[in-house]
Design a binder for this molecule. Structure first.
Ligand SMILES: O=C1O[C@H](COP(=O)(O)O)[C@@H](O)[C@H](O)[C@H]1O
Length: 340
């Protein structure tokens, strides 16, 4: 992958993107569809999608933290120091995205192993796992220091680990079984417990790993600070098991909580809370396919009202680097009026 595949970040003001049609606060399995395309993108923030294989557009959104020139020179690599940066990568197709995602993850692995002797990685379930497949191939299969990885789940369904709905099973079959991470460093939930019990048990395990220094702590928020969260987003804008309009979005007193009425089956799940997600050092938000274009459009638009934010819009790093990995289909509602 060419050097241009490495995320770049700028500090263009967010208000140049006009708003998308409102996504209904919906409950799966009804998948929200946005009827009309996003409104026009101002020229200065056009999304440029070319036929090149490298990511073709990078822009910032939300909370610029330093002058553009300083930011641009600071943030030329996935492995630069985190400082609240935001970026969007758009790839022609998922195949190309998966190559870049592997490089990005491998670079961060190298950085954190060098700096702190461990790499704490949080996985989601869903389509994300398939997009990690290039990590299980050469050169990463041989070059990544898998022995230093510690793997967690941002959410998990309360089902046995060999159940088709298990995020652990999905990750094991598609990723973990193909790389040499020590099994003791793969932190699955206790599937013998209730949802409440499993959430509490997982939080207790995290506290132990914080105490022994495997998991870092955010000096800004005091919550655990994972090195990298590899997240997906549902068509309704949900992340982890935090769904639009659900009270769990406002839980701050717990690191891990549970849901028994998930609008997307299965109903019982555990999930990291938003403050934990937002304390990460790096987040890769991996979103592909036209079915998610409405939520992407809303999330990357600028007109926010505090009352109707999608969960994905509430993911905002306090002191880290947030990168959207998308394909053309996922940004198609942004692309509609942009010149290419
Ligand atoms: O239920 C879940 O859905 C989301 C999104 O999944 P996707 O297949 O649409 O990418 C996933 O990120 C989450 O971990 C999972 O439990």
């Amino acid at each position: 992958m060419a050097a241009s595949a490495v995320p770049l970040f700028s500090t263009a003001p967010t208000n140049r993107l006009r708003h998308c049609p409102q996504l209904p606060v919906s409950r799966l399995p009804e998948i929200p569809r946005v009827a009309s395309p996003c409104e026009t993108l101002a020229p200065a923030t056009r999304i440029s999608l070319s036929a090149a294989t490298a990511p073709t557009h990078l822009r910032s959104h939300r909370r610029p933290t330093s002058p553009p020139s300083a930011m641009a020179s600071k943030a030329t690599s996935a492995a630069t120091a985190a400082s609240g940066k935001q970026g969007l990568l758009v790839f022609d197709r998922e195949e190309v995205l998966s190559v870049s995602l592997a490089k990005y993850t491998a670079e961060l692995s190298e950085k954190f192993v060098r700096e702190r002797g461990a790499f704490t990685v949080v996985l989601s379930g869903g389509s994300l796992i398939m997009s990690l497949r290039k990590l299980t191939e050469s050169p990463y299969l041989e070059s990544v220091d898998w022995a230093k990885w510690h793997v967690f789940w941002v959410d998990e369904r309360v089902v046995p680990k060999d159940h088709e709905d298990s995020n652990y099973k999905l990750a094991f079959d598609g990723f973990l079984s193909k790389v040499s991470i020590p099994p003791g460093q793969v932190y699955a939930i206790n599937d013998a417990l209730s949802a409440e019990g499993a959430a509490e048990d997982y939080e207790t395990a995290l506290k132990h790993l914080v105490n022994v220094g495997v998991v870092a702590v955010s000096s800004v928020t005091g919550y655990p600070r994972f090195d990298l969260m590899l997240l997906g987003m549902g068509p309704d804008g949900h992340i982890a098991s935090l769904f639009p309009g659900h009270p769990l979005l406002h839980v701050t007193e717990k690191w891990v909580t549970f849901i028994k009425d998930s609008p997307k089956p299965p109903p019982e799940r555990i999930t990291f809370t938003l403050p934990v997600i937002n304390s990460s050092a790096y987040i890769a938000m991996v979103v592909t396919g036209a079915g998610k274009a409405g939520a992407v459009c809303k999330a990357l638009g600028s007109e926010k009202s505090a009352s109707d934010l999608l969960p994905v819009e509430m993911a905002s790093l306090e002191d880290g680097e947030f990168t959207w990995f998308t394909d053309k289909a996922a940004v198609s509602m942004l692309q509609g009026k942009a010149s290419v």
